[in-house]
Ligand binder design. Structure first.
Ligand SMILES: Nc1nc2c(c(=O)[nH]1)N[C@H]1C(S)=C(S)[C@@H](COP(=O)(O)O)O[C@H]1N2
Ligand SMILES: [Mo]
Length: 298
């Protein structure tokens, strides 16, 4: 399965259907289950940029989560197929104190809210308030050693996930970051969104958010984090090597092989706007890539 431009333009179709569903709710025919548990968190004042937030109606129903299906509404529709009870995150590899964390342990870390821009490689974008903690806080608990040059993220694998019955990707979903990217203060582990626990379709119970990279780098439903010496291969690099490189930093000057990345359409808007270098986080992250050719190192 390869991404097509249909994925970019099918939102209108989806919107019409949502309007219909909304209408039915108003007449009391069906209810849309909304997200359940409130989280304890504080707003991190350093990340409260005054950006127009995406309507949750879009961010919670127009998703990419191929484990739950490849159409935009599949993850919401199949959300109950993802079982998050007893979830654990294993951290292993090049570190002094490999550990397995229960979700309770992770929720005991101080939870903060941050408003971030998010840009999918397909050309849509959103602005959402995530809740969670910086990945660096978690990684420092296992004490990475000097061989830990990269971090690999492994998502859930479960034969009951409808999307994993098909080999649209080499399961489980895998992504990676360089160690300095992983330890960057912007790199975030999200446990919630819009003030509530993450809904399944957005990657419950815990996902990565790397706001200066295309959305596919932000792995959902993570079960394992490995500290490794060599650059890991991501599922997308295996599936479509000509399209996806390891870095995948948002860059309006480097086109996707089949479309321009100069503009993006915020979910819920009919108009496109210019895409910003590093998705607007250039001041924070450009120094990570000093001396690198950003056209070659897509
Ligand atoms: N495990 C997993 N993580 C994933 C994906 C996926 O299919 N599986 N899709 C990625 C892509 S392409 C995007 S754009 C974002 C979408 O996140 P959202 O649905 O919360 O907006 O999740 C990313 N993380
Ligand atoms: Mo994406």
């Amino acid at each position: 399965m390869r991404l097509t431009e249909n994925h970019v333009t099918d939102e209108n179709l989806y919107l019409n259907r949502r309007q219909f569903v909304k209408g039915m709710t108003a007449t009391g025919l069906i209810g849309i289950p909304f997200i359940a548990n409130a989280l304890d968190f504080s707003k991190n004042q350093n990340y409260q940029e005054k950006l127009k937030l995406t309507d949750p109606e879009h961010a919670l129903h127009y998703n990419n989560f191929y484990e739950l299906g490849t159409s935009k509404e599949d993850p919401f529709r199949n959300a109950d197929k993802l079982k998050t009870d007893g979830w654990q995150v294993v951290i292993e590899g090049e570190c002094a104190k490999p550990q397995t964390f229960d979700m309770d342990d992770l929720l005991k870390l101080e939870q903060e809210e941050r408003i971030y821009r998010f840009r999918c490689v397909e050309g849509w974008s959103m602005v959402v308030p995530w809740i969670g903690f910086p990945l660096s806080k978690l990684l420092s608990k296992v004490e990475p050693n000097s061989k830990a040059k990269y971090v690999e993220f492994i998502s859930i694998e479960d034969p009951n996930l409808p999307g994993q019955r098909f080999r649209v990707l080499d399961w489980p979903y895998r992504e990676g970051l360089r160690m300095d990217e992983a330890m960057h203060p912007l790199t975030f582990m999200a446990t919630g969104i819009y003030g509530e626990s993450l809904p399944n379709q957005n990657g419950a119970p815990i996902r990565l958010v790397v706001p200066w990279k295309y959305g596919f780098k932000s792995s959902k439903s993570i079960v394992k984090i490995r500290l490794v010496e060599k650059q890991p291969l991501s599922s997308w690099m295996v599936a479509t090597p000509s399209e996806y490189g390891f870095y995948s930093n948002v860059n309006p000057n480097v086109s996707h092989p089949r479309w321009s990345q100069a503009k993006e359409r915020p979910l819920g808007s009919f108009f496109k706007k210019k895409t910003l270098m590093f998705n607007g986080y250039e001041n924070e992250v450009a120094s990570l890539y000093k001396g690198m050719d950003l056209k070659k190192n897509f």
